[in-house]
Write a protein that binds this ligand. Structure first.
Ligand SMILES: Nc1ncnc2c1ncn2[C@@H]1O[C@H](COP(=O)(O)OP(=O)(O)OP(=O)(O)O)[C@@H](O)[C@H]1O
Ligand SMILES: [Mg+2]
Length: 394
């Protein structure tokens, strides 16, 4: 049989369709492959779908369909069931193995419950019986592509959440492992403090009667002993944190009290300090001394991350819906390298020549005890924001 449309021959019609040329519409809604050996039907479906803004490819047999599937990667296939050679169901079966994400809708004049059930079992999205109204076809196509996009979005979100979960689990395991090691080491640190005090005492005693050259060496011994003592002090605080002695305070009050000290530190390093406190922030139940220590540590880190002449911004705010107060400390410094992100806050992780890597661990531990959290946003090369988020008492 040789079907003709508007006097065109079958060959010309096939050429028209196989060229997959667009008829002026902007094909940005998705790619559709129509597989049908009934040429007139094929042409009509193509015209309708192109008018709807889809990019349409046509094949009159399964061989042509595979060529397009491999080359053009359509989003959806409209598939005739009965065709010469490999039939639509066979093609569907093989297609779902190779391209499981491509949606398939079966079209057949021999619609039966059995074929429909089989098609759905093989992974077809839907099934339409010929003859159908073309507006119905548009609806089905729209439905399938929308659903597919939703599934794609959902899969992307799931993938993202899985990666996040994996990273957080790993961080938690790392932290737990370090906490155990830390507790053991804390016992040792405690024991070191006593001999250190003795050393310091005798150094001071010797310094009293020492000549200037010896005194210089003894001073160095004393200052190094002090440094060791400070590291051990920090470490003990981390391993055995004190329970917060809480009272209701507004975060702005704390900032006000700390401004002179932070300003002084900024001035020494030639940094600008910008303070933006939001009015009407509700008070939070905190240990003021411990939260001040967090703020100081974060400001110190921010300043250390910047070349001279940087800008440190302290900002407070209230998120009524979440019932949280936040304090953001932003610097315009070097930022945190991607590969260091997961290690930041792990005890003893430092990238500084004279850092101990305990500052942030102490901050995390204190804020944890306050049932808050610290969020980090950083762009390597342009700066970092540490946000301390604390819950407001209900
Ligand atoms: N604002 C920041 N910008 C860039 N990197 C930072 C910032 N804050 C922390 N870091 C990174 O996190 C690491 C750990 O910080 P942390 O405060 O725990 O230790 P430290 O500053 O190195 O030493 P210290 O114990 O003396 O504070 C830093 O060495 C640095 O690499
Ligand atoms: Mg630090």
């Amino acid at each position: 049989m040789t079907p003709c449309v508007n006097g065109e021959t079958n060959t010309k019609l096939v050429k028209n369709m196989m060229s997959n040329q667009q008829n002026g519409s902007s094909p940005n809604k998705g790619k559709i492959l129509v597989v049908d050996d009934a040429l007139l039907h094929l042409e009509t479906v193509k015209l309708y779908l192109e008018a709807d803004g889809y990019e349409v490819f046509c094949a009159t047999n399964t061989g042509g369909a595979w060529a397009i599937l491999n080359k053009d990667k359509p989003d959806l296939v409209l598939l005739d069931v009965v065709m010469p050679g490999e039939n639509g169901l066979d093609l569907l079966r093989n297609l779902k193995v190779q391209f499981p994400h491509i949606g398939v809708v079966l079209m057949t004049a021999f619609g039966s419950e059995e074929i429909a059930a089989m098609a759905l079992k093989l992974g077809a999205f839907d099934y339409i019986k010929k003859p159908f109204k073309y507006c119905y076809l548009s609806d089905v196509v729209h439905k399938v592509l929308t659903k597919q996009n939703q599934v794609k979005d959902r899969n992307k979100k799931i993938e993202h959440l899985q990666t996040e979960l994996h990273n957080k689990e790993k961080l938690l395991i790392d932290r737990e492992r370090l906490a155990i090691v830390g507790q053991m080491a804390a016992g040792m640190a405690h024991e070191i403090k006593n001999p250190l005090t003795t050393i310091k005492g005798f150094v001071q005693l010797l310094a009293r009667s020492a000549d200037p050259a010896t005194k210089m060496y003894l001073d160095i011994i004393e200052s190094e002993t002090n440094r060791m003592n400070q590291v051990i002090q920090d470490f003990l605080q981390l391993a055995k944190p004190k329970s917060p002695e809480t009272k209701l305070v507004t975060i702005n009050e704390l900032i006000d009290e700390m401004i002179p000290m932070i300003k002084h530190l900024a001035l020494i390093n030639n940094h600008d300090l910008i303070v933006k406190t939001e009015g009407n922030i509700p008070p939070v139940l905190i240990d003021p001394a411990q939260i001040k220590q967090v703020i100081l540590n974060l400001c110190q880190n921010g300043m250390e991350a910047m070349e001279r002449g940087g800008e440190l911004t302290i900002e407070t705010g209230f998120l009524p819906e979440q019932g949280e107060v936040h304090l953001d400390i932003t610097d315009t410094g070097c930022g945190i390298q991607q590969e260091n992100f997961k290690s930041v806050g792990v005890p003893f992780f430092t990238t500084k020549a004279d850092g101990t890597g305990l500052g942030l661990s102490i901050c995390f531990s204190i804020v944890d005890k306050h049932k808050g959290r610290i969020e980090i946003q950083s762009q390597a090369g342009s700066g970092t924001t540490f946000s301390v988020v604390l819950p407001v008492v209900k």
